[in-house]
Design a protein around this ligand. Structure first.
Ligand SMILES: Nc1ncnc2c1ncn2[C@@H]1O[C@H](COP(=O)(O)OP(=O)(O)OP(=O)(O)O)[C@@H](O)[C@H]1O
Ligand SMILES: [Mg+2]
Length: 402
């Protein structure tokens, strides 16, 4: 078994081999560079021909080939292995190392491993603080009997590698978040500029020329000033709401809520003079344990949108099942085009046709979703062509009586 690095004389010195794989210099590398470097070192330390890392995807259902040495096609072809199946899937599911001495006579899902003529495999799980991140494995082109020492080495290396990957992934998330925030600040400033400029212009005109202008003009200017100031105030409220939600400082306080009455109150204030266009079809006596503020923020947003972009009648319904309460808001308008659905909940996104229908900033649904998620639930679009239909789902224990 060969050892990398200068001056590594003692072949049995597991620690030295380990040291050669994971050293402090790796801390500063990006995830791709880190994996590139680590795989070569792991492969050399175990005197293998190939080495690969598969990482668990977001849903935790499949392992996806992320980096490889000697079997690069694994990554290029985006090999995916279901959790629990095949060689890698079994390692991830059981969180235990696996040795396969003869690939030809074994349950190996990944066709590339066979095509490349891999004969023996040794793999270990990548686990950090009880979370499984993926699998690292080495392979040889000639049959090889991996020893207990090889297995222990790979396991210890896997622990260190998992830690390095976890740190690197966390760093990537921070970078991503920073980008999102930078975009957000730019967009927010852009949205605020229009009303701010108008408010300033109108106020300046009134300040300097009020006495020279006919009373009707002054009144008109004052009305516009009021509208623009109101728009600005609303926007600032929305931005504050979002930044609080981003910082996860939202405090959810579930309490016993008589659903029908609560939804009627929300609709009354959200729909105002259009109240008769909204029907609340919720049975009496349906009480749930939920935070009324979350209900108000989400349902008011959905009803407001239905009235602005959809068409009456707007119908609000609710049901309780599986310890969840589901509230639906649907309208009889044109619904949301398939092209726009993927962007619906993104900040500052509005469909092209809606810009002519009503003033808005495209923050309402992003805010609604953030409130619902802070409550452990979510908001979904459930439209199927005939009008828009949104669903708010919240975890809520059933309560009986009213
Ligand atoms: N019921 C609906 N029918 C058709 N389109 C809708 C409906 N609800 C939302 N939309 C579309 O989704 C977009 C985003 O909605 P969202 O509530 O996030 O923002 P907004 O209403 O434009 O502005 P804001 O709520 O910040 O004042 C809307 O601009 C509209 O294009
Ligand atoms: Mg809205």
């Amino acid at each position: 078994m060969s050892l990398p690095g200068p001056g590594e004389a003692a072949p049995a010195d597991v620690l030295a081999r380990l040291q050669a794989v994971v050293d402090a210099a790796l801390v500063h590398l990006s995830l791709d560079d880190l994996l590139d470097e680590l795989l070569t070192r792991v492969r050399d330390a175990l005197d293998a021909d190939t080495c690969a890392v598969l990482l668990l995807d977001e849903d935790g259902l499949e392992l996806v080939a992320r980096a490889a040495k000697g079997i690069e096609e694994e990554v290029e072809q985006g090999v995916r292995i279901p959790m629990g199946r095949g060689f890698a899937g079994r390692i991830a599911a059981t969180r235990r190392p696996v040795i396969i001495e003869d690939v030809d006579h074994s349950y190996v899902l990944n066709p590339i491993l066979r095509e490349k003529g891999i004969k023996s495999l040794l793999g270990a799980p990548l686990v950090v603080e009880g979370r499984i991140l993926g699998v690292v494995h080495v392979g040889t082109l000639v049959p090889r009997v991996f020893t207990d020492e090889d297995m222990s080495l790979l396991q210890v290396v896997a622990q260190r590698v998992a830690l390095a990957i976890d740190r690197s992934l966390a760093h990537e998330r921070v970078v991503q978040m920073t980008e999102v925030q930078r975009d957000f600040v730019a967009l927010a400033a852009h949205e605020l500029r229009t009303p701010a400029t108008t408010v300033y212009g109108l106020a300046a005109t009134l300040h300097e020329r009020r006495d020279d202008l006919p009373p009707e003009t002054v009144e008109q200017l004052e009305n516009t000033l009021y509208e623009q100031a109101d728009r600005m105030r609303r926007l600032v409220d929305q931005l504050l709401d979002l930044s609080r939600l981003d910082a996860e400082r939202i405090h959810v306080a579930p309490q016993r809520v008589p659903l029908r009455r609560c939804l009627e109150d929300i609709v009354r204030s959200a729909a105002a003079e259009s109240r008769d266009q909204v029907e609340v079809a919720v049975p009496d006596g349906l009480d749930v344990l939920a935070d009324p503020t979350t209900l108000e923020r989400v349902v008011a947003n959905l009803v407001g949108n239905a009235l602005r972009y959809g068409a009456p009648p707007v119908v609000v319904t609710a049901e309780q099942s599986d310890n969840h309460v589901r509230i639906y808001v649907e309208d009889h308008g044109e619904g949301i085009s398939d092209d726009f659905v993927p962007y619906l909940f993104e900040r500052f996104r509005r469909s092209e046709d809606s810009t002519t229908k009503a003033a808005g900033t495209g923050l309402g649904l992003a805010i609604a979703r953030a409130h619902a998620r802070a409550h452990g639930g979510d908001v979904f679009y459930r439209g199927e062509g005939r009008g828009a239909r949104f669903e708010l789902v919240l975890p809520a224990q059933p309560l009986t009586g009213g």
